[in-house]
Ligand binder design. Sequence first.
Ligand code: HEC
Length: 203
Amino acid sequence: MKNFLLALIVVVITVFVIAGWRGRRSERPPLQIFPDMKAQPKYKTQAETIFFADGRADRIPVAGAIPVEVDPRDGYRLTGQIRDRWGDGFPIPVTEALMERGRQRYGISCSPCHGLTGSGDGVVTEYALKGVVANFNTDRLRKMADGQIVWTIANGKGQMQGYPNISADDRWAIVAWVRALQLSQGASPADVSEARRLEATRP
Ligand code: HEC
């Protein structure tokens, strides 16, 4: 008991000494018991350094780098929006090369979740997000404006994170491929010419 009281007094005095030291101005750096990386060596904006040959501490962005935040003034191609509404239609020519690029980029960035046919059954859904991943082959997603899909790729939606690292033109290429998937998954035999139908049914 005596020891406990002694320990208590020592603790109380220590706490008061440390906590009570506030309010006094000091030019010395503060005493940080848990620094939590608050103080670390760093360069301030536009500082000089001898480390890099050009003498700047700031590095110039790598060629082709795109900003994470898209400036709405940059226009429809980047935002998918015309004034404050979703735009429909492609701001760049839809060529075979664009479709091919879209097929490839979709396969890399989207198919793990949305599936190769866009039905929301990608390999990820075997482990997580089952039933949550959007199915492109539904009326709502078929009717969704091109611009909204472009915007969703860059910014995400709900449980989907954004992919701002996908370049603007690649976003449009992906949308072109999503549209192709929607067409192919919603097609009926009547959409195919007589000759092609016969070809497909030939044994
Ligand atoms: C890691 C999994 C994942 C990846 C990869 C992914 N998505 Fe999604 N996506 C989701 C989920 C989950 C949702 C449903 C989000 C919600 O409603 O909360 C979704 C929803 C969407 C929607 C519907 C948004 C809305 O307004 O309802 C679109 C369009 C879409 N994704 C497009 C894409 C495209 C294009 C790519 C490839 C660039 C992609 N997604 C990559 C998981 C993913």
